[in-house]
Design a protein around this ligand. Structure first.
Ligand code: NAP
Length: 468
């Protein structure tokens, strides 16, 4: 680890996912003299949701790390993996070493459904499942009884639900050559799941998935996407809303769903059934295991700004299901020493400047970017614009002399003093090459070890090899 000079403008970024890298990029592009940008991640590996969230069969999306590699090559960039802010280093430690701190730690938890039976065995969040198949250390020990399940209920119809449905329904041989976790592939090979029922609380015009994502499922060789004519029919409010203000993607979704309805149920061995205007109200089971999902039927009503919102009709229905996955959104987790808006699950901020609480004063020198700034929405690229906006505020504040007043010491000295085993970018580059070599030897793109201790062991071995 090389030490930074005293005359630098030092910025700490908490997190190393897309918004952290785009923040670094915007800072480097601004040409700030003597700029030092340090990214901290609690995991020994970088890239946040690109590594731990994007599905393994979406390597074209994961390929965005090439851009991050280029940003990391900027003089003044450093990575400190395996360092947890709020535990290994406090926010006060960062404030004593950096002129500005940017929180870009995303939304690591999930939204609760808030219905009886949510604690039953067989009820999971998409966050856990996605982390598990991506070898995320937090989720490596999860168990999903796919061998004992035939029908899965999937709540929410955003792109995370699409990823979960695709991984559950795709032939394991399609996933095997990717970077999927070995433990997940082994369980998926024994899966008996043949039907996933997607439960959307609003109608087809408000489905949250992107057209490309639902169409990709219909392209899987063994899978039919099934919609009944009743489910595909728009209510008058939605028909009018779609015509007046529906995005092109929403119009394409409706067209696709109506075409599928016209095609009938299909004959392929597995299916994704798209249901609309249904919301779970109770999960029940036998012997502590999920067996049934009670859903209430919804209708749409325009709210004050005309957006169609779901309201119960007063009728309901019971669906049999062996497993249920909640894909109803991620949620931020409070970071010790950093304000948290519990209602929104984000770091409270005004245009990226952290405030002490909603409506309260700005905390000078502290900023937020990405999902922990605005909530869990948008595609990876959305975080580039978002980070640029935060950096614009940072540069304006720097110009106005509004910043933290750090001492002259480098954080590396404190990391050493605390005996912290920080993973550097050079360590990661070696581990990255190792993962790809090991992957190749196994006939896949990358071999990801799921435990932090295992990752650190390889980092240490490779470090010794590089030194020797
Ligand atoms: P999302 O797009 O916001 O979808 C959340 C879904 O959950 C919506 O259908 C929402 O319905 C539903 N929902 C929320 N609360 C609910 C409740 N209490 N009961 C029933 N349903 C509920 O979120 P996401 O799927 O987690 O994705 C997060 C972001 O990452 C999105 O911007 C997504 O596009 C992006 N992403 C992209 C990709 C990709 O491009 N391949 C992959 C994964 C994620 P309402 O609409 O009615 O609120």
């Amino acid at each position: 680890m090389h030490e930074a000079h005293n005359d630098t403008w030092r910025v700490a970024v908490v997190g190393s996912g897309p918004s952290a890298f785009y923040t670094a990029e915007a800072l480097f592009k601004a040409g700030v003299p003597g700029l030092q940008v340090d990214l901290f991640d609690r995991l020994p590996v970088p890239f946040g949701l690109v590594r731990g969230g994007v599905a393994p069969d979406h390597q074209n999306i994961k390929g965005v790390v090439k851009v991050y590699d280029r940003i990391a090559a900027s003089p003044g960039f450093r990575f400190f993996g395996n360092v947890t802010i709020g535990r290994d280093l406090t926010v006060a430690d960062l404030a004593a070493h950096y002129h500005q701190i940017v929180y870009a730690h995303g939304c690591e938890s999930d939204t609760r459904l808030g219905v009886p039976g949510e604690e039953l065995a067989g009820v999971h969040s998409a966050t856990e499942f996605v982390g598990w198949y991506n070898a995320h250390p937090d989720h490596r020990d999860r168990t999903f009884d796919l061998a004992g399940a035939r029908r899965v209920a999937l709540v929410g119809n955003g792109n995370v639900a699409m990823d979960v449905a695709r991984v559950l329904l795709a032939a394991p041989d399609l996933l095997a050559p990717t970077d999927i976790a070995d433990h997940a592939l082994a369980v998926l090979r024994r899966s008996r799941v043949h039907e996933v029922v997607l439960l959307g609380r609003r109608g087809p015009a408000q489905a949250a998935f992107s057209p490309k994502e639902i169409e990709e499922i219909a392209e899987l060789p063994d899978v039919d996407v099934v919609v009944t004519a009743a489910d595909a029919t728009l209510d008058p409010l939605s028909a009018d809303w779609l015509e007046r203000e529906g995005a092109r993607s929403q119009q394409r979704n409706v067209k696709f769903l109506q075409e599928r309805a016209a095609m009938g149920p299909g004959t392929r061995p597995k299916r994704l059934v798209c249901r609309f205007l249904v919301a779970p109200t109770e999960l029940s089971g036998e012997g502590g295991r999920l067996r049934q999902v009670r859903v209430q039927h919804m209708r749409l009503e325009a709210d004050a700004d005309g957006t169609p919102r779901p309201r119960p009709t007063g009728t309901d229905e019971v669906l049999a299901a062996d497993l249920l996955f909640k894909a109803i959104g991620y949620r931020g987790v409070p970071l010790p020493g950093v304000p948290f808006d519990d209602r929104k699950g984000i770091v409270p901020n005004v245009d990226g400047r952290v405030v002490e609480g909603p409506g309260a004063a700005v905390r000078t020198g502290h900023y937020a970017a990405g999902w922990c700034k605005r909530g869990p929405t948008g595609l990876i690229g959305t975080n580039s614009l978002d980070a640029k906006a935060t950096v614009t505020a940072m540069l304006a504040d720097r110009g106005a002399g509004k910043a933290l007043a750090p001492g002259s010491g480098d954080i590396v000295a404190l990391l050493r003093q605390r005996g912290l085993d920080a993973v550097t970018w050079a360590d990661w580059r070696r581990l990255d090459a190792w993962e790809q070599r090991e992957g190749q030897a196994r006939g896949k793109l990358r071999h990801k070890l799921p435990a932090i201790e295992q990752l650190l062991q390889v980092v240490h071995d490779l470090r010794r090899g590089a030194a020797g």
